[in-house]
Design a protein around this ligand. Structure first.
Ligand SMILES: NC(=O)c1ccc[n+]([C@@H]2O[C@H](COP(=O)([O-])OP(=O)(O)OC[C@H]3O[C@@H](n4cnc5c(N)ncnc54)[C@H](OP(=O)(O)O)[C@@H]3O)[C@@H](O)[C@H]2O)c1
Length: 327
């Protein structure tokens, strides 16, 4: 019997190939790149933590655009999928087991951060991508911090945002934008945030000056920031780089997370930590969310079985906060 074969989630099966009992739990898998309907809820063998790894019982798993980009094959580079594949990076949950060499976290600890294939009841992470979850941060909020929080923190550090800066953030009402807006303000910057009409009031509530994206953006930003902008964080990637470089007076303090034409504009594309120390990203966000200094609204929640609907909502692209799956 294939250990990935039929079984009831939460139960065990006997593997004919190894003769061992295999514990099963629910997980999302997909076997071909494609539309959201390729996502299937299956019973899969529980992941086993190796050396330096942590097994987390997932209570909440945030959905990121990276997830639908991976599912659709946008990032495949033409290579076939290693099927069946899991999905998801964000997680919050309780440590179920640890591999050798792991001191903290310990079994039973509440954690949040990022891991591997987190659209599942159980997922693997490493200690350096996890932080303790303060008990007053609800699971669904903690589960949505991962990629967006770490990215927001990293890019603000890469842009060297600090007191006195005026920062323009494209897509301020998205997961990255919400956290970047509030962190930048907490670090002493003034923020101008772009959003659609429905999210103008929300962006103002975050502490930024909202401006509508679309035609005439440069004039609206100039009106909002008569002394100009010092830096730009592009969390949209929908053609904002030329105007960003113009507004910032050059590309040096413009970073995009999503635009394919970064090189053309002399702009840095940030895709990894790239020498920035992000070890305090999750602890700082946990402190600030716990104290109410930073908020991370949850836009919609979905059970694992509705992963396809969660992806459709994410791909719609007009959200106000995080989409979170609740296994
Ligand atoms: N390179 C990296 O390491 C990295 C890491 C994280 C994320 N990313 C990328 O960064 C982007 C943002 O991620 P996210 O998690 O914040 O996404 P998200 O939560 O899905 O946010 C989407 C936001 O985009 C806004 N938006 C929609 N149309 C827009 C337009 N025409 N102009 C400006 N904003 C518009 C929406 O605002 P309205 O609802 O107001 O329209 C919405 O709030 C994604 O492309 C993601 O893949 C890259």
């Amino acid at each position: 019997m294939d250990p990935r074969g039929a079984g009831v989630p939460g139960t065990t099966i006997l593997s004919e190939s190894t003769g061992r009992v295999v514990r099963m739990s629910s997980a999302i898998r997909f076997s071909a790149y494609g539309d959201p309907d390729v996502l299937e809820l299956v019973d899969a063998p529980d992941p086993v933590p190796g050396e330096g790894e942590v097994l987390v019982r997932v209570r909440a798993a945030g959905v990121n655009p990276a997830d639908f980009k991976r599912r659709s094959g946008l990032w495949s580079g033409g290579k076939a999928l290693d099927a069946p594949a899991g999905l998801g990076y964000d997680l919050a949950g309780v440590v179920e087991a640890v591999g050798s060499g792991v001191g903290t976290p310990k079994v039973g600890d509440d954690v949040f951060g990022t891991g591997t294939d987190t659209y599942a009841e159980l997922a693997i992470a490493t200690p350096k991508t996890l932080a303790q979850r303060p008990v007053d941060i609800p699971w669904e909020v903690a589960g949505g911090i991962g990629v967006a929080g770490r990215t927001a923190y990293r890019v603000l550090r890469q842009l060297e945002v600090g007191p006195g800066d005026t920062l323009l953030i494209h897509a301020a009402a998205g997961g990255v934008g919400i956290l970047a807006t509030q962190l930048a303000i907490a670090w002493g910057a003034t923020v101008i945030g772009t959003a659609g009409s429905d999210n103008q009031a929300f962006v103002r509530e975050l502490g930024a000056t909202p401006v509508r994206y679309g035609d005439g953006l440069a004039d609206r930003v100039r009106a909002a920031a008569p002394d100009g902008v010092d830096a730009v964080l592009d969390a949209s990637g929908r053609g904002e780089l030329a105007v960003s470089v113009e507004l910032a007076g050059g590309p040096d303090r413009v970073i995009t997370l999503a635009a394919n034409d970064a090189k053309e504009h002399g702009v840095r594309f940030s895709g990894s930590d790239e020498g920035v120390d992000v070890s305090d990203a999750f602890p700082e966000l946990a402190r600030r969310i716990s104290s109410g200094d930073v908020v991370l609204p949850v836009w919609r929640t979905f059970p694992l079985a509705e992963a396809a609907d969660a992806h459709r909502a994410s791909e719609d692209g007009h959200l106000r906060g995080k989409i979170v799956m609740l296994p």
